[in-house]
Design a protein around this ligand. Structure first.
Ligand SMILES: *Cc1c(COP(=O)(O)O)cnc(C)c1O
Length: 398
């Protein structure tokens, strides 16, 4: 089937809830993907950081194939031998007492919100139905109705109401606004340590540390959504480590499976995750043995291949290189680790299309921002080649 046939078929039979770049990928390896015509492209998006470990990592592939031949799904009506191993590995790696496995990132966020509300009622003593959760302007936490209900992006909300109550939005990066929004009914503050979908937006230095202190003062759970920022992307295992804090609850997803399978989890203390009793919450696929075997292998790659350190080193190099580009189109270059943004004063889409034509895959976010987030396993030479293409395209299309 040609690329044109493939795209036509997708558009005829599939809902149009995405506007993809027109490249039809057939296979991938490491930082490179190949289209149906055999042309190769450097992947500078890494599936929104789900493939931090690089495409089709052989160790994760092996774990997946071996487990798929044994047992894939038991449901949690029965126990399986892989779940405890993943839970132990998550504890050993992150220090959190407990984890609750789910599938998509949005499900992990929903689970964290449910845990926070129930903790608010049963531990903090908030009246039933009165718990409030604070969130940030320009947040992105997924696409369920409750999550888009507290989005500040009108497109994410439009047509999908009514939405659940009990969420209040505060400006991102403003500790005083957070303090003012606290009440005795506040049970949690949900925040991305660096806002990804908003365009790799870094809060002012010290913000997370202040937020953690304000939450502690008010007996409010600090919930960090590390689904995109976590597992090495920013140069640390978790982005919150840059400020030396420890959140009460962390959500992980995306790279938790290295891109093989949807696996997410909520990490927290026994006090928080202990609020769930049998039957309170669940998921048919959550914690299944295939997911757990994959996630364990994916975490091992993060550690064994020193992905946070690679991200820090390569990211600093890339940031310096991008800041040398002279173009009237560039408003700002920013980022942390291998998670970089070039903000333009013009729509970024045509730059992404020109990059695709030169063999580099990037995707615009919020219209004017080019996000650079290759697999953390990318070689320095491949990264330099990609940065060179970006330089060319920004200067040529100027
Ligand atoms: C991608 C993302 C999610 C949602 O994950 P899905 O797997 O798409 O549901 C939630 N939070 C953040 C910060 C994300 O980047």
């Amino acid at each position: 089937m040609t690329a044109a046939d493939s795209m036509q078929m997708e558009d005829q039979f599939g809902a149009h809830n995405y506007h993809p770049l027109d490249v039809v990928i057939e296979r991938a390896e490491g930082a490179w993907v190949y289209d149906v015509g055999g042309k190769r492209y450097l992947d500078m998006l890494a599936a929104y950081s789900a493939v931090n470990q690089g495409h089709c990592h052989p160790a994760i592939l092996r774990a997946m194939c071996e487990q798929a031949q044994k047992v894939t799904l038991t449901s949690r009506a029965f126990r399986n031998d892989q779940l405890p191993l993943l839970l132990r590995d998550l504890h050993a790696l992150t220090g959190f007492e407990m984890a609750l496995p789910m599938n998509s990132g949005a499900e992990a966020v929903e689970t964290a919100l449910k845990a926070a509300r129930k903790w608010g009622e049963t531990v903090k003593g908030i009246a039933p139905g009165a718990a409030e959760i604070l969130v940030c302007a320009n947040n992105f936490h997924g696409r369920t109705i409750s999550i888009v209900g507290f989005s500040s992006d009108p497109q994410y909300r439009h047509g999908f109401g009514p939405f659940p109550a009990g969420f209040q939005c505060v400006p991102f990066g403003d500790a005083d606004a957070l303090r003012r929004a606290m009440s005795e009914n506040t049970c949690a503050f949900l925040v991305e340590p660096i806002q990804g979908e908003a365009g790799i937006v870094l809060p002012p230095a010290g913000y997370l540390r202040q937020a953690a202190a304000i939450c502690r003062e008010h007996n409010v759970l600090l919930v960090c959504d590390e689904i995109q920022s976590g597992l090495g992307r920013t140069g640390k295992l978790f982005a919150y480590e840059h400020e030396g804090i420890r959140p009460d609850v962390v959500t992980v997803g995306k790279a938790l499976s290295g891109g093989f399978y949807p696996v997410s989890a909520v990490l927290a203390s026994r006090e928080v995750l202990g609020v769930f009793r049998p039957g309170d919450h669940g998921s048919t696929f959550g914690g299944n043995p295939l997911a757990c075997a994959i996630a364990r292998a994916a975490l091992r790659v993060v550690v064994d291949e020193h992905l946070p350190e690679r991200s820090a080193d390569l990211g600093a190099h890339a940031l310096a290189r991008l800041r040398q580009i002279r173009s009237d189109r560039i408003v700002e270059v920013r980022g942390r680790g291998l998670w970089l943004a070039i903000e333009l004063n013009t729509p970024a889409r045509r730059f992404c299309e020109a990059l695709r034509d030169r063999g580099v895959l990037c995707k615009e976010t919020h219209d004017t921002v080019i996000r650079i987030a290759p697999p953390l396993t990318i070689s320095r030479a491949d990264l330099d080649w990609g940065l060179g293409q970006i330089d060319r395209v920004l200067r040529d299309l100027d």
